[in-house]
Ligand binder design. Structure first.
Ligand code: NAD
Length: 712
């Protein structure tokens, strides 16, 4: 057999052929259309070749195989249903040939085996794992709105118990080697160097290997699907899935259906059950939207596709951070984790020490769970230098200001930073609302000044919103991108404006909740409507989390800055009233909610502040208002020039404030709904609720031309 662009095949004297995946045009092994063709031919030839007694499937890359090429998956979604079903069944037929062709197939897994790669491994008669740290088995399709389509929903619950298999597929989580062995999913773990030899031996020792489901009298590991216990399991899983996805995730429902129906059938018709659902899901707007944003968009952002060209990578070995509070300490932790030294300055030794204490807490937790070693903890902590002396910042390549959100405090700090740093050092601000151009006025060489808006908690939140002021130089922007890459954060790139993009839009969601409340809409209805949209929490709960004194402070600052242009928001008087009573939010254990032992509960006193109307509105109207205000504010960010691309709007919305991932992000959602429909919603609410819903120019233009944000 000849080698090709995807794998090589070598047959030893023992008659065992080793098919080694080694994709030439891709850094990882994937199933593209030509790879599938080549694979099918290879399997047929190996089965037909009498000199071959068994087959080991291996990889020459650091991953084993990561499944379907997502460009192919996107293209599949455009195919006619019948054609797509036939294509999926062709792949299933190849896997069935491996299982029933009369020769043992063994997967020698040296790294990640994900999606179709794991499905290929499950179609082998045995799976042997290498002992390297990167070995991982999983079916992550649902994270991109897809479902397994090459037999995963059928083979996994035929190999392991339902209550392990189903959550793995619904959540898209993966298994490390030790868990896979414990579950009985794999035959053995061996040192990497012995992997192929061990797989060979297994094939030689098991010439008549059969899949369990091809044996007579096969029983599912969890017993019949319709046993009372399993029936209960499916009811519980469906209820849980509906609760966590709000019914917005068709793939999750389709996985459950495929497992439930497929497990009542022999494997061949069961594979058809899965394939039919796969076709439906591949055609869904949800999967197309999620793949575009969460795979292609995210990859492009992480590759720094938007970084200005022509500048060498910025050499960043030491960063300075001014302000060792929540954000400063988080940024210091992330820097040290990435191998960057962090000098952290605050007003007192005690305050500065918080930067190290924060890292210590996180590292202690990891250490106690066996996730890190004492050496790594020591190296990490040694990278963080707390100080109160500005001259310590002289050695920094980049300094981030993260002090209180007050312009005068930031002015003092920025001037003091510029006085000590090297002339080529970059200065950044982590402000979440103050325009960068305004802060840049406090810096003489404002070309080297930029906004880098991290999110809390820094070590968990993947996004950084980079904001260029009017004076920011392209080289400074390039350096901010470079720092994101070093810190393993996903950057979006926006222009300056009050509250930029993410803070502006998420604030509109919170304040719209307050406006509804002040109109007499029941708080529980508002909160449930927000959650039913797929938002991580209701607007009032979110406002409590952000803390109401901050919401009020931002409103006061906006009023002072905008003067006659300030548009009073009907939700604000209620926040002012709560703050006046000391109910400033979660930090005070009192805001719109009471924070008691059993969890947050809506405060009963809200009824006195804003008596509920006797005629409560329809929940759909409340949902539409909470969604429309976010879409209108996003489109307003186009009018003001803050947003440059739809891809950034999508990523920023999902990663920044938890806009529901199933939509593919806010710009994609606007496109999917259609500008004409968004315009009509905006006009309706401008009439019913106020001028803040007035259609932005961008919306009117799009609606008039039937245009799309993603086409722009
Ligand atoms: P914080 O109150 O936790 O910490 C601020 C720190 O700055 C304190 O340790 C304080 O002692 C220090 N500080 C104040 N004045 C100083 C000065 N003159 N010199 C040196 N240090 C000084 O605040 P935070 O939540 O970390 O926020 C910091 C910045 O990050 C703000 O601009 C905020 O808007 C922004 N931000 C906050 C969040 C968030 O969720 N908290 C998210 C994104 C951005």
């Amino acid at each position: 057999m000849t080698d090709n662009d995807f794998f090589r095949v070598a047959t030893g004297d023992d008659g065992i052929a080793v098919l080694t995946w080694d994709a030439q045009s891709s850094p990882v092994n994937i199933f593209s259309e030509p790879a599938i063709e080549a694979y099918r031919d290879a399997i047929e030839q190996l089965i037909a070749d009498d000199s071959v007694r068994g087959v080991v499937i291996a990889s020459a890359k650091s991953v084993f195989h990561v499944g379907a090429d997502l460009e192919m998956a996107q293209a599949m979604g455009k195919r006619d249903e019948g054609e797509l079903f036939a294509k999926i069944m062709e792949i299933n037929a190849v896997f069935r040939r491996m299982e029933t062709g009369g020769k043992p197939f063994v997967a020698a897994i040296n790294g990640q085996a994900l999606g179709g790669g794991f499905e290929m491994a499950m179609a082998c008669h045995a799976r042997i794992l290498g002992d390297g740290p990167k070995v991982e088995l999983g079916l992550p399709e649902s994270k991109l709105g897809l479902m397994p389509g090459f037999g995963g929903t059928q083979r996994l619950p035929r190999l392991i118990a339902l209550d392990r298999a189903v959550p793995m597929m619904l959540l898209g989580t993966s298994l490390k080697a030790r868990d896979a062995v414990q579950l009985g999913l794999v035959t053995a773990i061996v040192p990497d160097v012995e992997l192929i030899a061990e797989a060979r031996s297994w094939a030689l020792a098991n010439p008549a290997a059969k899949q369990p489901w091809d044996e007579k009298g096969f029983k599912l590991p969890s017993g019949s699907v319709q046993s009372p216990k399993n029936f209960q399991f499916f009811i519980g899983a469906s209820a849980q899935a509906a609760k966590t996805t709000g019914g917005h995730h068709p793939a999750v429902q389709a996985i459950l259906e495929a497992v439930y129906q497929g497990l009542q059938l022999p494997i061949d018709p069961a594979l058809r059950v899965e394939a039919r659902r796969f076709v439906r899901i591949a055609h869904s707007a949800e999967s197309r939207s999620m793949i575009r944003t969460l795979f292609f968009g995210m990859n492009a952002a992480n590759r720094l596709a938007r970084r200005p060209e022509g500048f060498a990578p910025t050499d960043i070995k030491t960063i300075g951070i001014v302000g060792a509070g929540l954000m400063g300490a988080g940024i210091a932790y992330q820097a040290a984790r990435a191998g960057i030294d962090a000098v952290v300055l605050d007003v007192s030794d005690e305050a500065a020490a918080n930067a190290k204490a924060y890292s210590e807490r996180l590292l202690d937790r990891d250490f106690s769970r066996g996730k890190t070693t004492q050496d790594k903890v020591d190296t990490h902590l040694a990278r963080i230098q707390p100080t109160t002396d500005y001259t310590d910042l002289a050695r920094c390549d980049l300094v981030i200001e993260a002090v209180f959100e007050a312009k005068d405090v930031k002015e003092t700090v920025l001037r003091a930073v510029e006085a000590v740093v090297r002339p080529d050092a970059i200065i950044a601000s982590n402000t979440s609302t103050i325009p960068i151009t305004q802060l840049g006025k406090f810096i003489e060489k404002s070309a080297r000044f930029i906004g880098m808006h991290f999110f809390s908690p820094v070590e968990k939140m993947p996004l950084v919103e980079i904001i260029s002021g009017q004076e920011t130089a392209p080289q400074t922007l390039a350096a901010a991108f470079d720092l994101c890459k070093l810190l393993r954060k996903t950057p979006i790139d926006v222009n300056d404006g009050r509250a930029f993009f993410t803070t502006k839009v998420v604030s509109s969601y919170m304040t719209e909740g307050m406006a509804l409340l002040s109109e007499g809409v029941a708080p529980a209805l508002i909160e449930n409507a927000g959650k039913a949209l797929g938002m991580p929490m209701g607007p009032l709960r979110l406002a409590d989390m952000v803390n109401l004194d901050l919401v009020v402070k931002i409103d006061d600052q906006t009023k002072a800055d905008l003067g006659a242009d300030y548009l009073p928001h009907p939700g604000m008087p209620l926040s002012h009233a709560l703050v006046a009573q000391g109910r400033v939010g979660e930090k005070a254990k009192a805001g719109f909610y009471d924070y008691c032992e059993g969890g947050p509960l809506l405060w009963s006193g809200l009824a006195a502040l804003s008596p509920p109307r006797p005629d409560q509105p329809d929940v759909e109207m409340v949902k539409q208002r909470l969604l429309t205000i976010q879409m209108v504010e996003t489109l307003r960010c186009y009018d003001s020039g803050v947003l440059k691309t739809a891809a950034d709007a999508d990523l920023g919305s999902i990663l920044g404030w938890g806009f529901p991932a199933y939509t593919g992000g806010i710009a994609t959602h606007i496109d999917n709904i259609g500008a004409a429909q968004v315009l009509s919603l905006s006009q309706r609410f401008a009439h019913d609720a106020g001028k803040r819903f007035d259609p932005p120019t961008k919306l009117k233009t799009l609606a008039a031309s039937d245009g799309l944000l993603h086409a722009a």
